[in-house]
Design a protein around this ligand. Structure first.
Ligand SMILES: Cc1cc2nc3c(=O)[nH]c(=O)nc-3n(C[C@H](O)[C@H](O)[C@H](O)COP(=O)(O)OP(=O)(O)OC[C@H]3O[C@@H](n4cnc5c(N)ncnc54)[C@H](O)[C@@H]3O)c2cc1C
Length: 521
């Protein structure tokens, strides 16, 4: 029998909800978390994958003497340190370079990065440097050389966002949290006007159940107002979402392992071109948008990215070079004005009359500190005096350290490429993954000739990573869905064959789930 009474119910299984579930369970609270789709399927798997203070936010802080922007940069740089330390198999430093085509940009941008290093203090990942035009071309041969004056290089963090959500949730589960994937909270329950539980519907089989809790946190990102309206239909909106898209192209367009930061697009934004898995990730845009469970990149947004990136490269990228594209909705706090790109990425904690705590806004980098502030409020309410432990709690996959994990994999006599692939997804759990490959039919066979992924990983993810639908695995566990649409479609049928058998799907259920996956692929 599953438990139905908890200290805390968390609605939303993205970065914010997963961070809260881990923090609260580490403090000894009994926690249940509900996610209406797959864990991380919302904004948290559609980010630029940077762990950063935000160079652009720093510019805004200095130019407009904006204290809030400055505080955000400081928070981001502090959190970057914890992030990289506690999730070392999923997050690592990355060098970024910015090509400069105007002389006056050199002192301006270099001074900005110097300040970025200064604020980082002991959390600095390496010093920013000025590069000559020829050095910049050597570091990244694809940079457009015409009129190139110099470049600057600096460091930030990069990470695997969808796998980070899973590792955080596994870590929360290790502390006793109960996790409900594909469960939508449809009503909030009250006793004498105070919240006492939720009604949640299993979206796979339609079953509805009641779960009771002493406290409830709304961590639904862009959907925060929807849950606030379930609590009190008259509550005023606090969110404004904006859409940001990415496109993925072959690695040959960015042959080096450094990223590129383009400081000024045609609409005064920054654009990143980053190595991601075996491909190259380009993003992002910023357009006011409406709420959608499955946002997609529009042709107009894709053209915007192509045009901007082409002006900085010695190549011509066109629509036919795109391997995949994806869109995400930024959960921005409502602010004055209409230019969402200028909105401060602040976060807030709001308590309603019935006791619903809404945690909204922020960015991936600050998920831990958002969770800490939210759980502090709940712990106080519940009389729990345990302090937050997440600043140095290594999450699942990072607990044994890289050296130990790699040595254990080397003893299995597999290729260095496979070792690096397994470690980058599963960290110290890679050995368990290989054991599952040993135990399962064709477990060591690849799911596709162009991929390192083996069938054993699907069995592993069904047992340990909460996979219930084909794209949970293809898109958010092995990341192919977000990086290569055609290959995703090619592996779909075999993945569905195994899942149908393992999850005892009926033929009708399989058809529905396969069709849904084809549509969303
Ligand atoms: C294009 C883009 C690029 C970005 N890049 C970066 C970056 O590089 N670095 C960075 O630090 N930040 C970045 N961000 C910001 C960052 O991704 C978000 O701030 C963060 O992912 C938000 O997490 P969240 O958990 O609050 O929201 P979400 O990830 O959206 O999670 C909320 C979840 O709640 C679920 N939910 C909603 N209603 C219900 C319900 N009734 N029942 C159950 N579940 C429900 C949703 O399905 C969703 O999964 C980027 C954002 C965008 C859009």
């Amino acid at each position: 029998m599953k438990k139905t009474d908890f200290d805390l119910i968390v609605i939303g299984g993205g970065a914010t909800g997963a961070g809260i579930a881990l923090d609260a369970s580490l403090r000894g609270l009994s926690v249940a978390l509900f996610e209406q789709n797959d864990f991380g399927q919302g904004t948290s798997s559609r980010s630029t994958k940077l762990v950063h203070g935000g160079v652009r936010y720093l510019e805004a802080a200095v130019k407009r003497l904006n204290k809030a922007q400055y505080a955000l940069v400081k928070e981001g740089l502090r959190e970057r340190k914890y992030f990289l330390h506690n999730a070392s198999h999923l997050a690592h430093p990355i060098a970024l370079i910015t090509p400069l085509y105007k002389w006056y940009e050199i002192p301006y941008i270099y001074a900005g990065l110097f300040l970025y290093d200064l604020i980082s203090g002991k959390a600095s990942l390496g010093k920013s440097r000025l590069l000559s035009a020829s050095k910049a071309k050597a570091v990244n041969p694809s940079i457009n050389p015409s009129g190139l004056k110099a470049a600057v290089s600096y460091y930030d963090g990069t990470f695997n966002d969808s796998r980070m959500v899973i590792a955080l949730l596994q870590s929360a589960q290790e502390q006793g949290a109960e996790l409900y994937n594909h469960h939508q909270v449809t009503s909030l329950l009250k006793k004498e006007n105070a919240l006492c539980g939720v009604l949640a519907q299993n979206k796979i089989n339609g079953a509805k159940h009641r779960y009771n809790a002493k406290s409830i946190i709304n961590a639904t990102g862009p959907f925060a107002d929807t849950i606030r309206a379930l609590d009190d239909p008259s509550s005023p909106p606090i969110m404004q979402v904006s859409s940001g898209i990415h496109i993925v192209v072959a690695k040959k367009f960015l042959p080096m392992n450094v990223g590129l930061m383009i400081p000024q697009t045609s609409d005064d934004r920054v654009l990143f071109v980053l190595p991601y898995r075996d491909q190259c990730l380009i993003g992002t845009s910023d357009q006011p948008a409406s709420l959608h469970e499955h946002p997609v990149a529009t042709a107009q947004e894709i053209t915007y990215l192509l045009e901007n990136v082409n002006s900085y490269f010695d190549i011509h990228l066109s629509h036919k070079d795109i391997l995949a594209s994806f869109a995400g909705l930024r959960p921005l706090l409502l602010q004055a004005g209409t230019d969402t790109a200028q909105f401060v990425r602040e976060h807030t904690e709001l308590i309603s009359d019935s006791g619903l705590l809404t945690v909204a806004g922020g960015k991936w980098t600050s998920y831990r500190s958002m969770a800490e502030q939210a759980v502090d409020i709940i712990a106080k309410k519940l009389g729990n005096s345990r302090k937050c432990q997440t600043t140095d709690h290594k999450i699942i996959g990072s607990q044994q350290g890289k050296k130990y994990s790699i040595q254990a994999l080397q003893r299995r006599q597999i290729s260095p490429k496979r070792i690096s692939y397994l470690y980058s997804l599963y960290g110290d759990r890679s050995i368990r993954v290989l054991e599952v490959c040993d135990e399962t039919p064709a477990g060591h066979n690849r799911v596709h000739p162009s991929l390192e992924t083996t069938y054993g990983e699907l069995y592993y993810s069904l047992r340990y990573e909460y996979v219930q639908k084909p794209l949970d695995f293809i898109t958010r566990r092995i990341n192919i869905g977000l990086t290569d649409t055609r290959t995703s479609q090619e592996v779909l049928k075999t993945i569905c064959d195994i899942m149908e058998r393992e999850l005892h799907w009926s033929k009708a259920q399989r058809n529905t789930l396969e069709k849904e996956a084809i549509k969303l692929c």
